[in-house]
Design a protein around this ligand. Structure first.
Ligand code: FAD
Ligand code: MLT
Ligand code: ZN
Length: 523
């Protein structure tokens, strides 16, 4: 039924993304609508530049502009409901009136999905923050979709559980946003994707109907698994109001080590070796190229490694272990993984593993830094997690979040840099850096081009170049951030026409008027 995946297609380039002509037209929010919203919500839950609310435009700025300040909307009205019933009543009204809605969580998305393209109404979930239930035996937590990811982690900690996902934006992103983007993050290697750990959802459909699939069952094999459609739908099929998710038992012992590699080519053999030796206690294997590391350090993310640890390194790998028993992990680390510990502490002789690695033409690692305390553990993670912020402090980031074979990570970064050089754009007042980092364990490279400003010229040099490059590797143009508004035109590089047609039919089935987050995911 499905056509063969992935042929390289040359698509028309767009520097300005707007709704395609196929998008329906929508009605703006009016003062009459505000009067209706005042019947549904308390005044404190409504921000609007319209009378009688008359909020100053500046107060809507955080809702109209995205985290990177790259995408800008012109919404007049932000509604902040506290309950599913309120969400349902708002959506029912908007559906009747033909008003488009943008669901918004923590607004940390990196593809412009959570901000309006024009003047759509913003429905912010930030006031929906109740934890509805937690079962300490099964580890299943049911929460409002507006709960901040970090708040859920803090809630679970005393119960010895952790959330099955973690990302640098944890202090602001919401679980509903995480589910809507199918966020990957730093724990995917260990705990898998949200398609596995989300057990149930409560969703307000585009006509206002509440779809209650908030089950806490581990097993439920009763036909089509409808909730899966909302995981990664980026708010185009409905508004998630409640999430049931399986938390993971908190590891009793965690450790990490930052390894400095003399050359990129060593990443894959190292990954193979680390997996072989650490097996079930390996919980993260994250890649940072030299320039990404330098940016993180320059902008104060984590604590810089010593010069001697950095010298001669082309890239770094952050390895995390976590397990159920400290003695077991230490045994694994110290006996089975003696290579790293020996090198890192530089106190013991290299063992057989090290010998075998050194017998290779070139050793896989130069050196490394092993955390010796919780503070050091966090500092090493802060380098990796802080790259996103460092990049955005350094300039304007063109962020490509791609799935390609790990062996091609460096080539993709190099080819992109070369493309920009060939266009004469690799200079301080245009493109300052091309960096790569990401989740090696998941085959996910974050290719970031850091520029002095967002310009049509740079974008034209990057697109469709990057997408064609991805397609040439038979990769995905979005590994974990989603499509948002940034990549709607590029979807065919990864999805074949049959798949896109089915997506459109699903969208039409749930949202025949197209009011839910128009212009996102599908053109
Ligand atoms: P928003 O940005 O508000 O929205 C994202 C999308 O989901 C939009 O399309 C929006 O309409 C929709 N949406 C939000 N809430 C709902 C809802 N309740 N119902 C329906 N639709 C909704 N992403 C990763 O995958 N992995 C990472 O490691 C990662 N690290 C990051 C680090 C930093 C520093 C930053 C700034 C971002 C990072 N991201 C990462 C991207 C982002 O944090 C995630 O996509 C996150 O899941 C978005 O959550 P949010 O609540 O901020 O959603
Ligand atoms: C990350 O892995 O750090 C995030 O996905 C954010 C980013 O790509 O910058
Ligand atoms: Zn990531």
């Amino acid at each position: 039924m499905f056509a063969a995946r992935n042929v390289v297609r040359r698509l028309p380039q767009r520097s300005i993304r707007r709704w395609a002509h196929t998008q329906p037209t929508f009605n703006p929010v009016t003062e009459q609508d505000i009067a209706r919203f005042q019947q549904i919500l308390p005044a404190s839950s409504i921000l609007s530049t319209l009378a009688p609310i008359s909020t100053p435009v500046a107060e809507l700025s955080n809702f109209n502009n995205d985290w990177m300040n790259k995408y800008h909307g012109k919404s007049t009205t932000v509604l902040r409901p506290c309950t599913t019933k309120e969400v349902s009543e708002i959506v029912r009204w908007c559906n009747e009136r033909g008003i488009a809605i943008v669901p918004q969580g923590g607004n940390t998305g990196l593809v412009g999905g959570g901000v309006p393209i024009k003047d759509e109404l913003i429905l912010s979930l930030g006031n929906m923050t109740k934890i509805r239930s937690f079962d300490p035996v099964s580890g299943i937590i049911v929460a409002d979709s507006g709960c901040i990811l970090e708040a859920l982690s803090e809630y679970l900690a005393p119960h010895n559980y952790i959330m099955p996902l973690d990302l640098g934006a944890k202090g602001s992103c919401q679980i509903g946003g995480n589910v809507s983007t199918n966020a990957g993050g730093l724990r995917l290697l260990r705990y898998g994707s949200l398609h596995g750990s989300v057990l149930g959802l409560e969703v307000v459909l585009p006509d206002g109907t509440v779809l209650d699939q908030l089950t806490t069952l581990r097993k439920d094999n009763t036909g089509y698994d409808i909730k899966q459609l909302f995981i990664g739908a980026e708010g185009t099929l409905g508004i998630i109001t409640g999430v049931s998710i399986l938390a993971a038992p908190a590891p009793q012992a965690s450790s990490n080590v930052m390894l400095a590699l003399p050359k990129y080519e060593n990443v894959l053999p190292l990954f193979r070796e680390v997996k072989r030796q650490l097996s079930e206690i390996l919980s993260a294997f994250e890649f940072i190229d030299r320039r990404a590391y330098e940016l993180a350090v320059k902008h104060g993310q984590g604590r810089a490694l010593n010069d001697e640890d950095v010298e001669g390194a082309e890239c770094f790998v952050l390895v995390e272990t976590s397990g159920g028993k400290r003695e077991h992990d230490e045994e694994v680390r110290l006996k089975r993984f003696r290579l790293l510990c020996n090198i890192l502490t530089r106190t013991q002789k290299l063992n057989g593993l090290l010998e075998s690695l050194m017998e290779a033409d070139e050793p896989l690692i130069n050196t490394g830094v092993l955390s010796q305390s919780p503070a050091q553990f966090s500092q090493l993670w802060a380098i990796r997690e802080g790259i996103t912020e460092a990049v955005s402090k350094e300039g304007k980031a063109y962020k490509y979040d791609i799935s390609i074979p790990v062996a091609s990570f460096k080539e993709a970064v190099d080819k992109t840099r070369e493309q920009l050089r060939s266009k004469g754009l690799l200079r301080d007042d245009a493109v300052k850096h091309v960096v790569g980092y990401g989740h090696v364990g998941d085959g996910n490279l974050h290719l970031n081009v850091v520029a002095a400003a967002y310009t049509p010229e740079i974008e034209a040099a990057l697109e469709p170049f990057v997408y064609e490059l991805v397609a040439s590797y038979k990769g995905s143009i979005s590994a974990e951030h989603g499509i948002g508004v940034m990549k709607t035109h590029a979807l065919p590089y990864t999805k074949n026409p049959t798949s896109i047609e089915i997506m459109k039919r699903i969208k039409a089935l749930f949202d025949p008027k197209g009011i839910m987050n128009p212009g996102k995911v599908l053109e």
